[in-house]
Design a protein around this ligand. Sequence first.
Ligand code: HEM
Length: 492
Amino acid sequence: MLYELLLASTVLCLTYNIYKYMVKKTIKLPGPRGLPFIGNIHSFIQDGGPVWQVQKWANKYGDTFKINILGEEIVILSDYDSIYEALVERSNDFAGRPFEKSYVTKKLFSHGIFIQDFTQRFEANKKLGSRGLKQHGDGIGRIVNLSNENISQTVKEFKEENGQPFQPHDKLQNLFCRIIICVLLGENTPYKEDDGEFARKWLEDIEVNLRGPFFYLIQMFPWTRYFGNPVYSTMNEMMKCRNKTFTEWIERFKHYKQESGERTLIKELLAAKEDGKMTDDGIFGIMIETFIAGIFTTHTTTSGFLLAMMNFPDIQSKLHEEIDHVIGKDQLPELSDREKMPYMEATILETLRYMSMITPIFHKTTCDTNIAGCDLPKNTQVWMNLYGMHHDKRYFKHNPDSFVPSRFLDSDGHLVPHEERKAVLAFGAGRRVCLGEVLAKTRMFLLFTQLLQNFYFEQADPENPVLFDMRKFIAGPDTLVATKFKIVAKPR
Ligand code: HEM
């Protein structure tokens, strides 16, 4: 039934877009021809997912090209110069978000930060979110303490596996969930086991159920929800679960009043509501974004790091050596250790580069502007192909498709100057830079260090090793997510 609907909607679309298609060819860039009226949309379900199709086109059409989706021209940038120009040099011109026609994304993440267009509401929400995460000054000390405490708990859980193969994903997901709940609600509000269940359910839906043809169908043709599109009922369940959980969290937060005066994200949001500057929808929107982004991204990056450790024992032993030398085995890591551990910094940087798990990033022009010498009208969608840029030989000379942390080190083992690693923009840059960059980098450093202080990581089945191969990751519309695997964590 739904496939017939897909056909019917395509036909309707043909009629609706005919005028647009005939007249709207305003952007003078090369690009794939596509099918009449639907453009290149069908290509996104081929070749393992959108990210790989974008790489193929970039190889063929170059750094700057356009595609066509249902009559709309979309520009894709793949090289550092134009991505930097758009994100940083003319940040305001490219700071819009193109989600007004994306039904699922809009429903699930409305009123927050990520999907908001470049409006005053966006700026106010981002400022509030940033204040609430407290990633600077005293706030960072608090993040270090609560991260270290929770990571030690995960280390204990890994030890309980007694060096036998196990799947680390749920333990890691619980870890990030515990940390982000502390960040949201403050340390005085107790964590409950159900909180982890909520995260698991949402992330599973995002990673597994919000994919494939039904997802794209309802995303573009919301009326298919009246004809049994299964994604619609998944979304409704997710929203119900979100509203119930967040209402309970806010009540719990109010119950365990934060005597310390510590300003947590919830406290900031509730205070803004009292001042008439925030709605309930806004509170839920910002909470769900920080919650999901706070778990999903770092969780996937950690899976990548563990895959790297299992596959490259020489890299792992260099990290062991560095940790033993700088911190030893019994002391908890501190942020000040980071600058003394260039090999760890290089390995984190390489993990972010090699994986490029958020790609492409979706932007939109906020005025008539231009990029790489090409004029773009206001409201043009511009996608930044971070994976392409991070795997470009021009910026990463030693085989960009290999995992090589030492590419970021000089001959004395120091981190190369910023100029030589500037093309790693895993958190974006400029107006729409990631809100949780400092939190994410801090947690990754503390977690990876504590894990390697305590374990040797090995393949669960050396005869059938699990490779660190991005092609094996699940490709969503703008993400690459690791599938589950088993690992051995041998105590050191
Ligand atoms: C390894 C971890 C992470 C990576 C690689 C990552 C990467 C990114 C990227 C590439 C963007 C889009 C930038 C753009 O569109 O120009 C982004 C945006 C965002 N990230 Fe992250 N992120 C991570 C962790 C986090 C964490 C821990 C949080 C929150 C606690 C977070 C919250 C956000 C938010 C709210 C935005 C939207 C910002 C905006 O639209 O202005 N992220 N992130």
